[in-house]
Write a protein that binds this ligand. Structure first.
Ligand SMILES: *Cc1c(COP(=O)(O)O)cnc(C)c1O
Length: 431
């Protein structure tokens, strides 16, 4: 068994981590995770940590879920991978049926991808090509400021978080951005007014408007009102642009509903999902499309209407098997309703923090929670997370926003522990 220090030294010699400044990383005391059980991760020294961010927003029932483990093993005994280009397989078919059975009415087709970003990428290309095949020239996209849709260039184009995206501005798709509808910022009305101005001026050139429904996650858990989504839906319909709801973070129960668009009772034309779909087991994402978009791609082979897009591992059967087992468990256990209750419980524990001057805001929708702390010094959010880790709770900040995102099925005792450790850590740092 390798020691933590030995593995960290070897890591530093050969690995490059995402979203990580390597010049400073060694001093942050990197944690080497070895295994997990339920809601807890264990490092190579055998120390346990409560998983307070669902291993980056993906875990649903916790780790090492017997039913999902078994489903993946059973699939391994059949086949690990077969291409989805022109061929098919039962796990891919069953998963599509199950996703559509839960999806907002009107979405009728499932296109698989591997990560959230690649699903967004596919959706953007679908929107553009679909318009072109209806005889319309729509090369423009609209995104929302503080939005995040992943790190490939198309996804970066419709995102608008300066820290992540400003560097690449010169090499992106042509995109207009509207103000964030977040309560603390412009509010839904101002955002919608901006969208209306853009669409009135050049709506016939816009193929899609991309939004993160109810919560802009990576932007700092910025929550907004359902009226924003209803307004976007109406304006998109009026101007012939597709509404793309990116539910990679918010989908599959995260906001206390199966889909965040359910809070507004709207159906987008395209919906992207990812993160929690395999309950944190394997990379898988998808675009759900409505029948009109799908039909705009039909034609003879010579018509050029094929969607020439896909990935080597598109529809990977192991990932589909994990996702099917996840959705079955969610249904059998009423996980979405449980997540809504877990979120409310966590919110109540955090409520006293609002009285602190050093706490700017607490935002929450379902289990998606952000505590914005004042930037007293550099890395205030990081300091809160460092103290929580010393108390056996793993969380990860977004700048000055301390993010809590427990697995949907986290029980009361663990929710209470997560909440109380974070309350103490926030008090220590900004109280
Ligand atoms: C995380 C995220 C993505 C990107 O997903 P990856 O799997 O990291 O590529 C896209 N959209 C939203 C809303 C996300 O939160």
């Amino acid at each position: 068994m390798s020691s933590s220090a030995g593995l960290v030294a070897r890591d530093l010699a050969s690995v490059w981590h995402p979203f990580t400044q390597h010049a400073g990383w060694p001093t942050d005391d990197p944690l080497v995770v070895e295994r997990a059980e339920g809601m807890y991760l264990y490092d190579v020294d055998g120390r346990g940590y409560l998983d307070g961010v669902s291993s980056l927003w993906v875990s649903v029932h916790g780790h090492r879920v017997p039913e999902i483990d078994d489903a993946v093993r059973a699939q391994l005994d059949r086949i690990a991978h077969s291409t989805f280009l022109g061929l098919t397989h039962e796990p891919g078919i069953v998963l599509a049926e199950k996703l559509l059975a839960t999806a907002p009415p009107g979405l009728s087709r499932v296109f698989y991808c591997g990560d959230g970003a690649t699903a967004v990428e596919a959706a953007l290309k679908m929107a553009y090509q679909s318009a072109a095949q209806r005889g319309e020239d729509r090369p423009l996209f609209v995104g929302v400021r503080e939005g995040y849709h992943g790190d490939t260039l198309g996804a970066v184009s419709v995102g608008a978080i300066d820290t992540f995206h400003a560097t690449y501005r010169q090499i992106l798709l042509e995109t207009r951005s509207i103000a964030s509808p977040a309560f603390a910022r412009s509010g839904a009305e101002a955002s919608l007014a901006e969208l209306e101005r853009i669409l009135d001026a050049e709506g016939e050139r816009v193929c899609a408007v991309a939004v993160e429904p109810m919560v802009q996650g990576a932007g700092g858990m910025l929550t907004h009102d359902a009226t924003f989504l209803r307004g976007v839906r109406e304006l998109c319909t009026r101007h012939g642009a597709l509404m793309l709801a990116d539910e990679v973070a918010t989908g599959l129960g995260r906001t206390g509903r199966m889909w965040a668009v359910e809070h507004a009772d709207v159906t987008p034309d395209l919906l992207t999902l990812g993160k929690g779909v395999t309950a944190g087991y394997l990379p898988l994402s998808a675009v759900l499309a409505n029948e009109a978009v799908y039909e705009s791609f039909l034609g003879s082979p010579e018509s050029g209407r094929t969607f020439f897009h896909g990935h080597t591992y598109t529809g990977n059967p192991l990932a589909c098997a994990a996702a099917i087992a996840n959705l079955d468990l969610m249904e059998a256990r009423g996980t979405v309703a449980a997540a809504a209750r877990a979120g409310d419980r966590l919110g109540a524990i955090l409520e006293p923090l609002r009285a602190l001057d050093g706490v700017v805001d607490i935002r929450r929708c379902g289990t998606m929670t952000g505590i914005e702390v004042a930037s007293l010094e550099t890395r205030t959010g990081f300091e809160v997370c460092r103290r929580a880790r010393a108390q056996g709770v793993l969380i990860r900040p977004l700048g000055d926003v301390v993010v809590l995102m427990p697995p949907l099925a986290m029980g009361d005792a663990d929710i209470d522990l997560l909440g109380s450790v974070v309350v103490d850590a926030v008090r220590e740092v900004v109280g």
